[in-house]
Design a protein around this ligand. Structure first.
Ligand code: FAD
Ligand code: NAI
Length: 476
């Protein structure tokens, strides 16, 4: 007889492992199928986020920021350091150590919550009155388990360019770009999206000449235009060379480097020579060899699994969350969907407001937003008012030498409800949390304007932006 569980997760990324923990907290018997292996061949929990995504990229962003501060910015404080040296292998080892600690932490949480880790590839084989059958192909054996409820949390993988093989040495996706064994002198990046900007920044700070080639004519099209303009200005100042509106042609790679033929936005043929290339042109959902057909499901034309507002597929008891379904490919979105589905299975009625899912790009300054952009709201015909306040006028920002950027708040012209907040500033990832809470509670800009904020702190800029919506910023 096959093992039976109330809930089986396929995938232990932030969507799957969080859903597993929440389901276990609610008293369900839970198993999680995961096949991820690290470069040393060890099976690991945590998915893209912990192994080759959020965590390692933020570790390298932090290390490279320290290096750049020591090399360039400490002098502004009157501190001189000389002979700043970089040990790339030590930097990578620190990153790997943090990844190891975090993934081991999830193993601990699985044991604590009595979640069974089924090691191997999960594939649906059918369904009957007892539930859905899933075959787990491990290293040594294959077993079939039955689940009353299944949550597909198989995540995504890097999209590659056709005919340009990724070896993760010369031509890299996110995995290779987080593990270059030396700083490339010339680094090319295809795609000026989130990964291109974050990992391009890492290697630029460490000394690479970075050129980014982007297909779209507009920079950071999803962001508010004022924000995107300021970001472009800051990156240009930092020396990140971004070319928009290009069309990539033939890419030739050898052991020595890479040559990228492209047409620039004026229609001229160009060639970019580089030592290494990062391909960061988006991600594709993981639905290969999942056996979806055996339970009457199939991936849609873009490879995603279709779900309703509550992450339910068309098959009763089968849900899908995270990168494998519609919506932003973000770890916190995957986590929130995981919690919500575990609670739905428990008979609760949770709700996710996707308009309140924040975005953060962890460059310096950081970029963060929640809600709608001014352009989206105008296109919808909404009457709005906006307030903007510069970091430059904030004492704390000046004190920490991080006076670039601003907070922009958009509110409804009549009701004053906050509709969007857009931040480019140091610690924007933390600053945006206040705006998320405010929007979840349908706050007005006046509410933030009336709330006491600590002084001196960067958060005062959020309050000043709120006051600026009513044209009464105090320090400007
Ligand atoms: P994943 O994390 O992709 O996990 C899916 C898991 O399912 C994998 O472990 C996979 O091995 C497993 N799996 C797949 N198929 C099967 C199968 N058939 N059987 C068994 N197991 C299977 N997001 C943020 O919010 N903030 C960030 O700062 C951030 N930084 C990022 C940086 C990089 C470089 C990258 C690449 C991504 C980043 N992301 C970030 C995005 C974030 O990593 C994803 O949105 C998130 O990991 C999605 O979670 P998930 O659980 O849906 O899938
Ligand atoms: P992305 O979707 O953010 O950006 C891809 C970029 O590549 C786009 O600007 C696109 O126009 C461009 N592009 C596509 N095809 C191209 C081509 N042929 N030539 C030139 N440019 C091309 O995708 P990215 O950067 O790969 O990241 C994937 C996802 O991972 C992100 O969308 C995000 O959801 C997640 N992520 C989140 C992070 C965060 O929250 N801080 C950090 C890193 C990734």
């Amino acid at each position: 007889m096959s093992k039976e569980f109330d809930v089986v997760l396929i995938g232990a990324g932030p969507g799957g492992y969080i859903a597993a923990i929440r389901a276990a907290q609610l008293g369900k018997s839970v198993a999680c199928i995961e096949k991820w292996k690290n470069p040393a061949g060890a099976l690991k929990l945590g998915g893209t986020c912990l192994n080759v995504g959020c965590i390692p990229s933020k570790v390298l962003l932090a290390s490279s920021e320290e290096f750049e501060n020591a090399s360039k910015h400490l002098a502004d404080h009157g501190i001189s350091v000389s002979d700043v040296k970089l040990d790339v292998s030590k930097m990578l080892a620190r990153k790997d150590g943090i990844v190891e600690k975090m993934t081991k932490g999830i193993e601990f949480l699985f044991r604590k919550n009595k979640i069974t880790w089924l090691k191997g590839h999960g594939k649906f084989t059918g369904k009957n009155a007892a539930g859905v059958q899933i075959e787990v192909s491990g290293e040594d054996e294959t077993e079939v388990v039955t689940a009353k409820n299944v949550i597909i949390a198989t995540g995504s993988k890097a999209r590659h360019l056709p005919n340009i093989p990724v070896d993760n040495k010369i031509v890299a996706d996110n995995e290779g770009a987080l593990s270059f064994d030396a700083v490339p002198k010339r680094l090319a990046v295809i795609g000026a999206g989130v990964i291109g900007l974050e990992l391009g920044s890492v290697w630029r700070r460490l000394g690479a000449d970075v050129t980014v080639l982007e297909a779209l004519p507009q920079f950071l099209g999803a962001a508010d235009e004022a924000l995107a303009k300021e970001v472009a200005k800051q990156f240009k100042k930092q020396g990140l060379d971004i070319h928009l509106g290009v069309k990539i042609g033939e890419v030739k790679a050898s052991d020595k480097g890479v040559s990228i033929a492209y047409t620039d936005n004026a229609g001229n043929a160009q060639t970019l020579e580089a030592d290494r290339l990062i391909v960061s042109i988006g991600r594709v959902p993981n639905t290969d060899n999942l056996g979806l057909g055996s339970i009457g499901l199939k991936a849609n034309e873009r490879g995603f699994i279709d779900v309703d507002d509550h992450c339910a597929t068309s098959v009763p008891g089968v849900y899908a969350i995270g990168d494998v379904v519609r919506g932003p490919m973000l770890a916190h979105k995957a986590e929130d969907e995981g919690v919500a589905v575990a609670e739905i299975i428990d008979g609760q009625k949770p709700h996710i407001d996707y308009n309140c899912v924040p975005w953060v790009i962890y460059t310096e300054p950081e970029i963060a937003w929640v809600g709608k952009t001014e352009q989206q709201l105008k296109a919808e015909g909404r009457e709005i008012k906006t307030g903007q306040f510069p970091m430059m006028a904030n004492g704390r920002a000046l004190g920490i030498c991080r006076a670039e950027g601003f907070v922009k708040m958009i509110a409804d012209a009549k009701t004053d409800e906050i509709l969007g907040v857009h931040v480019i500033a140091a610690d924007a990832s933390d600053l945006i949390a206040e705006a998320v809470v405010a929007m979840e509670f349908k706050a007005a800009s006046e509410d933030i304007g009336r709330i006491c904020h600590p002084h001196p702190s960067l958060s005062e800029v959020m309050r000043e932006a709120a006051l600026a919506v009513d044209k009464r910023a105090l320090n400007m």
